[in-house]
Ligand binder design. Structure first.
Ligand SMILES: Nc1ncnc2c1ncn2[C@@H]1O[C@H](COP(=O)(O)OP(=O)(O)O)[C@@H](O)[C@H]1O
Ligand SMILES: [Mg+2]
Length: 512
């Protein structure tokens, strides 16, 4: 048996953000047409530069308009990312195609602004352009242009998939620019994992991490060499085992060990994010973080063991014997909402954490049915007081729980967590999982079924019979109303998590 000395180590190497700046510019700013007449790009460029983001911006373009200048190719190559202002009269221009073809060839990170045009405008423009190319009657000209057409075609396809922020007439330009600059910071940080002023500011706000490094030998021995008898569950990036640590003061502690599947490259990032967040943010409704190990490709995270396992287990079990009672379930919902309220509104003055994977499998229950939110591998840290906290180009999370707006647009906001939490509320009320594979009709997905039944006043048909007999009618109407609002298509219509906590607590008062 390995005995652990509980002396905490501070380490700076655990930050997920590292790297160096091999680029001359952070962004290559490209634009054209209508926006320039209103100096939008000029203002934008000044704001970006003011925020210490090095920018290549060629104002001559304002005069000349449509040509790709020779110096630009090297400027694009020397930039980490491109910001492209897409406005009317531009998206279907040759310059747009030539410029974007070059940019897209170089950069993985292309951050577009849809300037008074809808993203669909771009798709339409590309489709129009394709038709023009196809209709070229002069065969000679066609063959001369074959290479160019091929390049344009590729750009068309890529351009149609670009996602970004949209400035409409209903938004103030100054506010938009402010938000956009923060957005660029975030995208650059994700793309290059390079410290930028924003990170420095964030690190100043962060509490000192509480990092306890555990030798791999100790982890191996406490889980009986990761034996099958200690195995608890398999998650997205590895397996979770139960273990027992013996501390130097002879206290034994039950732990859960998440061992990363070393063959998966993706898990590395998740590991560091979870470590960064859990080592700094502890809350009574967040899984207890004990320590970690990062030795010779072995990456593990160690948590306090929660003896009642995860909530999905009780929703999966159709017999539901021995599961939590209705008042206990209501308390579980309050606990999780409180954890989310902490992440969204109280971790730091200027920042918030968005969990991104709220679901019953990530809600742990201790021996007294207190709930603890777990699994922070997909979480993102963003600026508070900002509507669109960030854009992640590949929406992540779990289908059936994931905010449809986020799935559609790639924009992540705190309301995406609220949506997923709404699905969990209905899972609890209906005593089933968000996605029930045994159904092949409209009952399969709860995020469709529950709001439909709610609107038709037919919730009765889908409520868990065990809850039906215990829940007071007033509590049912309060609980279902807040769950329904969380699932609103439009984000602005969804409640804040603080309001959800408030309403659920009110429901609890009515119940007891
Ligand atoms: N501290 C813990 N106590 C008990 N069970 C746990 C604990 N942590 C995780 N588990 C179990 O392992 C599963 C996967 O853990 P999770 O952190 O969600 O990892 P993944 O990122 O792989 O989904 C959970 O759904 C839960 O059933
Ligand atoms: Mg999980």
């Amino acid at each position: 048996m390995v005995i652990l000395n509980h002396t905490k180590q501070r380490s700076s190497s655990s930050s997920p953000i590292h790297g160096h700046n091999k680029y001359k510019y952070d962004v290559f700013l490209s634009f054209c047409s209508k926006d320039t007449g209103r100096s939008f790009t000029d203002h934008l460029c000044n704001a970006i530069k003011h925020a210490n983001i090095t920018t290549f911006f060629d104002d001559d373009l304002i005069e000349t308009g449509v040509y790709l200048k020779p110096g630009w190719e090297s400027a694009i190559k020397a930039s980490r990312a491109s910001v492209v202002v897409l406005s009317e009269n531009y998206a279907d221009s040759q310059w747009c195609l030539n410029g974007l073809a070059l940019i897209l060839k170089q950069h993985l990170t292309v951050i577009p602004i849809f300037y008074h045009v809808k993203p669909s405008f771009l798709e339409d423009a590309m489709a129009r352009y394709r038709r023009v190319m196809e209709a070229m009657t002069n065969e000679d000209k066609r063959s001369q242009l074959a290479e160019k057409i091929d390049r344009w075609n590729k750009a068309c396809t890529q351009v149609s998939t670009l996602k970004g922020m949209q400035l409409g007439f209903d938004r103030r330009e100054t506010k938009f620019i402010q938000d956009f600059v923060k957005h660029i910071y975030h995208r650059l940080r994700i793309s290059a994992r390079t410290p930028l002023p924003l990170d420095r500011r964030f690190h100043r706000e962060m509490k000192q991490p509480n990092l306890f490094k555990i030798p791999f030998q100790a982890i191996k021995s406490c889980t009986q060499n990761f034996s099958e008898t200690n195995f608890i569950a398999k998650g997205g990036y590895g397996r979770v085992y139960k273990g027992i640590f013996t501390w130097a003061n002879h206290v034994n502690q039950l732990v859960a060990v998440k061992r990363l599947d070393v063959t998966g490259l993706q898990g590395n990032k998740e590991f560091h994010i979870e470590l960064t967040i859990l080592s700094q943010y502890q809350h009574k409704n967040i899984v207890r973080f004990i320590g970690f190990c990062d030795e010779n490709k072995e990456m593990t995270l160690v948590y306090g063991y929660e003896s009642n396992g995860s909530l999905d287990k009780y929703l999966r079990n159709t017999a539901k014997s021995g599961g939590p009672s209705w008042p206990q379930l209501l308390k579980i919902c309050i606990d999780v909402a409180s954890a989310l309220d902490y992440l969204h509104n109280h971790v730091a003055e200027k920042h918030r954490i968005i969990h991104r994977d709220i679901k019953s499998a990530n809600i742990l229950l201790d021996e007294n049915w207190n709930a603890k939110l777990a699994d922070f591998g997909l979480a993102r840290i963003g600026l508070a007081n900002q509507q669109n906290t960030m854009v992640i180009t590949n929406p992540a999370g779990t289908h059936g729980y994931c905010d449809p707006q986020y799935e559609k647009t790639g924009f992540l906001t705190k309301e995406s967590d609220v949506y997923s939490f709404g699905v969990v509320l209905f899972e609890v009320l209906c005593g089933r999982l968000a996605c029930a594979l045994n159904y092949h009709d409209e009952q399969r997905f709860l995020h469709h079924l529950a709001p439909t039944c709610y609107k038709k006043r037919e919730l009765d048909k889908i409520i868990d019979p065990r809850i039906k007999k215990d829940i007071k009618p007033r509590v049912l109407s309060k609980f279902s109303a807040i769950a329904y609002r969380c699932l609103h298509e439009t984000r602005e219509e969804r409640p804040t998590i603080a309001e959800v906590v408030f309403q659920l607590k009110k429901a609890m008062k009515m119940q007891v």
